[in-house]
Structure formats: structure tokens, C-alpha cells
Write a protein that binds this ligand. Structure first.
Ligand SMILES: [Zn+2]
Length: 480
């Protein structure tokens, strides 16, 4: 969704920004900075700023659906927190997006075996008519099967896709699960379907906790009711379908888009001592889905970035370059905060040294990859060397994408890292009522803080840059 058109990298721009020209000296990180980074790493492992931050956010604010009253409270909370942590500058930038609201949601099998279903509406789903939507279910094994279907078999029916995700360290099945959730309702609507259901894009098997998430709908006039069944409810629906008789389901959803809303990205800067206009950027997103309290998605990510920045703040002097933390608005319903930031700051992308956002939970970072100019590979290896003792492997062959919202700055040409967290259990809880603080292990969270503190500080102290320039990495490492 929302993939920007690729921009072309021209030789002129490369030269203008000193990118990959033959005369470029290798970027290196001075020995003193490496030593300080090692100290930051070791200190981070025993620092509880991040855990205390996500504990406070999830306790004092709770769920933070973009545009809700709690989202506005979260913004005030974040501004106060950034100030309390001692950032030199704290400011906001507006982000405007369609306001989607959820009021109530019910589902049931009407025939042949009447019973209730546990489900949740998907983002941008419209409500059903008064009295609900009752229609026959037509099942497809995959999104491709739905795409290939004759519209006559779909028209007026509720489409159901039952793809089952499995746990993996890299969470790769979410690519398939989320594409069914995002594109499935749009494809079904195009073939005349009355509604859309999917097996939740999640890896839990025995919990009646449906996983919400965004659809590809953006225009309320062009959408159909869409919801996710919990995994046990999807099993039940499939057993009923297996009898081979017509199965009728009723959806009763009260939700929909209600005009536009303007929220804000909250931004804090530790102003660089030598190069205040050059920036290393980290962050997480402040909004969450409304079913849980947004602990792992993405209270943890913001807390990791703030914990890392606080350690750098506490050093005897500011780093050479500015360290920026962004709490992005409305990531969940289409990277609105990340896209607004990238649109506003595209022209200054050459001033962005390196960036990465944390948005895959709170378990340890196990792999690092980078998209940087060739002359900066040595500096990335220096960072990797400091991170190796805490379990982070470096794969020079993989690109880095910058994480969810910051992927948008990466598309504009910002050099970026990917810091992959262990996602084995993340999709058990992601976007469900079970996204709560008890899923976060303070020790594992602290390892993440160590990783972010190390790379942020080392990038801020590097002699030379990592290759940020307009269009430099367009289309590379997309992570939406
Ligand atoms: Zn997230």
C-alpha cells in the first residue's frame, strides 16, 4: 500500500551530494567514539528508562487509535515525556488523515448451524446496514485464487480467505497475511462481493483474539464491510463449510470513516555540537490499535528510541551531529506520519546521516543490514563489531529499509539500517487485545536500547557520511 513512485538517481545528484564519487574517502568512526559506544552498550543493558517509558505510556494512556481522544492524550503525554527526558528541542508537525472510528462489532453463523463468531472490523471498513449484513460465504484458499475467480461466483456473497500464518524468527508469513488483509477486501469488492472475512493475520492458534489491521480502502464510498475472525473461529467456520451445504453469516459492524483529522508527529532533538543541521534519526509510532494497549506495537519501539537517546543525552557532551527521535502519528492506518514527514523533509534528505525505526516488538535484535554508500561499509562494519557481543549478526548482502515510517525517508534517499527483532512470538499478539505490557521482557527490551544507542551515537560521530541523497535508495528495502 501507498508505495511512492520510484525516483531516478542521476549522476549529477550523486556528485552534488558527494555520493559514490571516485574521490570519496571511506567513512570511519574514530577510536574514541567506538570506546564510548561500547560503554553506552554496556550501560544500556542495565538501564530501565525504556521499560519505565512503555510501562507509563500503556498505563497512563492505554490504547491509542489514531484520531481518538486517547491518541490526543498520548500526544500530550509524549510532549511532556520528551521534555522530561531533557531533549534540547521538542516540537510537533501536523499529519492529516481520514478519521476511522470503531463502535461495535458482532458476527454469527446464521445457517446451517446458528452460533456466534468472534471477529473484529478492519481499518477503513464501513459499517453494515441497520440490522446487519446477512449473506452466503464463498471460501478461497488464497488471494491469487480470489483474483482468478469468476465474479459471478462472488457477487453478493461474503468472501472468506483462510490463510494460516506460522511462527518464524523473521515473521515472513506476515507479508502474505497482511497482503490478504490489505488487498483482499479491495479485490472482493471489485468482483461485487457484499463483505469480506479472513482468518486473522496472526500466529496464535488457541486464543479467541482476532487481529485487526488496515485494509486498502481509502474512499468510504468505495468499500465493503471487512473483518477478521480469530483463529479458533476461522477453524470453526471452515469445519461448517466442510459440510458442503450453503453457509450463511451475519456481520453487524458499526464503524467507518468520519471526515478528516489532523494529528501530529512529536519530535525531540539533541542538538549536535559540531553539525547541528546533520541528523541521525530514530523513533517509533505513537498510535496503536484500539483492542490492546499498544505495548509491543509500538509503545516498545518509541520507548527503545527514547531510552537510547536518554543515554546519549547523559554523556558529558552532545555528539557531533543532532540525534532526533520521532514519535510518528498514525502509522497503523497507512504510514500517515511517516509519509507526512518524508514529504515535508524530502529536500533536506542529504542532511540525514542515517535512520532506523523500531516497530517489530520488544524481543532482541538478531540481525542488522544497511543501505549505505559503498564507502560507508567499513563504518557499518565498525558498528556491527560493537553489536556482535550482544547477539546481532550483520549481513552485508541484505539491504536496510529504515523500519515502517522511516522507510518513507529512505525512499527519498536517506541511508538506512534494518535492525530485525526476533519476531517468533510477535504475531501471536500483534493488533489484538493481547498486545499488553506483560509481553515485554525488560532485559530483552534493554538489548534493543543498547543496539539503538550504539548505532545512533556512532553514526553521529562518524568522519564522513553514509550517502544520503535524493533518490539514492529509491525502491530499496520497502517495509510497509
Ligand atoms: Zn507498528
Amino acid at each position: 500500500m501507498h508505495r511512492p513512485a520510484l525516483t531516478l538517481l542521476t549522476a549529477g545528484l550523486m556528485l552534488a551530494y558527494g555520493l559514490a564519487s571516485a574521490a570519496d574517502a571511506p567513512t570511519t568512526i574514530p577510536a574514541a567514539a567506538v570506546q564510548t559506544a561500547e560503554q553506552l552498550r554496556d550501560k544500556a543493558l542495565h538501564d530501565d528508562t525504556a521499560y519505565k517509558t512503555v510501562e507509563a505510556l500503556t498505563t497512563e494512556v492505554g490504547e491509542r487509535l489514531a484520531g481518538s481522544a486517547n491518541d490526543a492524550r498520548a500526544r500530550e503525554w509524549a510532549i511532556a515525556k520528551f521534555k522530561a527526558l531533557g531533549f534540547d528541542k521538542v516540537y510537533t508537525e501536523p499529519v492529516t488523515y481520514p478519521l476511522w472510528v470503531r463502535r461495535s462489532e458482532h458476527g454469527a453463523i446464521v445457517a446451517p448451524f446458528p452460533q456466534s463468531l468472534t471477529l473484529t472490523a478492519l481499518g477503513y471498513s464501513p459499517g453494515t446496514p441497520k440490522g446487519g449484513l446477512t449473506a452466503e460465504v464463498v471460501q478461497f484458499p488464497s488471494l491469487d485464487a480470489l483474483k482468478a475467480a469468476n465474479p459471478a461466483t462472488v457477487k453478493g456473497k461474503i468472501v472468506y480467505i483462510g490463510y494460516r500464518m506460522h511462527r518464524t524468527k523473521d515473521g515472513r508469513d506476515y507479508g502474505i497475511g497482511s497482503s490478504i488483509r490489505i488487498d483482499g477486501p479491495v479485490v472482493a469488492m471489485g468482483k461485487g462481493a457484499a463483505g469480506f472475512l479472513l482468518r486473522s493475520a496472526g500466529t496464535d492458534a488457541n486464543s479467541r483474539t482476532p487481529h485487526t489491521g488496515v485494509t486498502g480502502f481509502t474512499d468510504p464510498a468505495k468499500s465493503i464491510p471487512a473483518a477478521a475472525l480469530s483463529n479458533p473461529d476461522a477453524d470453526q467456520l471452515e469445519r461448517v463449510l466442510a459440510y458442503g451445504k450453503p453457509v450463511t453469516v451475519k456481520l453487524d459492524l458499526d464503524c467507518g470513516i468520519e471526515g478528516q483529522y489532523t494529528g501530529y508527529n512529536v519530535i525531540g532533538d539533541l542538538v549536535g555540537r559540531k553539525h547541528p543541521d546533520q541528523v541521525v534519526v530514530i523513533g517509533g509510532h505513537l498510535d496503536s490499535w484500539d483492542l490492546g494497549t499498544g505495548a509491543i506495537d509500538d509503545g516498545a519501539g518509541l520507548a527503545i528510541a527514547l531510552g537510547a537517546a536518554k543515554l546519549i543525552h547523559d554523556l558529558p557532551q552532545r555528539p557531533d551531529r543532532t540525534v532526533r527521535v520521532i514519535a510518528f502519528a498514525n502509522e497503523e492506518m497507512g504510514l500517515w506520519g511517516g509519509r507526512a514527514y518524508a514529504d515535508k523533509h524530502a529536500a533536506e534528505v542529504g542532511k540525514f546521516q542515517l535512520g532506523s525505526e523500531s516497530d517489530l516488538g520488544a524481543d532482541p535484535v538478531w540481525q542488522m543490514s544497511a543501505s549505505v554508500k559503498p564507502e560507508a561499509r567499513g563504518a557499518i562494519e565498525q558498528i556491527a563489531k560493537v553489536l556482535a557481543p550482544i547477539g546481532v549478526a550483520y549481513d552485508p548482502k541484505l539491504p536496510g529499509g529504515g523500519g515502517s515510517d522511516l522507510s518513507q525517508m529512505h525512499h527519498k534517499g536517506m541511508a538506512a539500517l534494518s535492525l530485525d527483532q526476533d519476531a517468533t512470538y510477535y504475531f501471536d499478539w500483534h493488533h489484538t487485545a493481547n498486545d499488553t505490557l506483560d509481553k515485554i521482557d525488560p532485559k530483552k527490551l534493554a538489548q534493543n536500547v543498547a543496539v539503538y544507542a550504539v548505532f545512533t551515537y556512532m553514526a553521529a560521530q562518524a568522519n564522513g557520511d553514509f550517502g544520503s541523497a535524493p533518490g539514492a535508495f529509491a525502491g530499496d528495502g520497502a517495509e510497509e
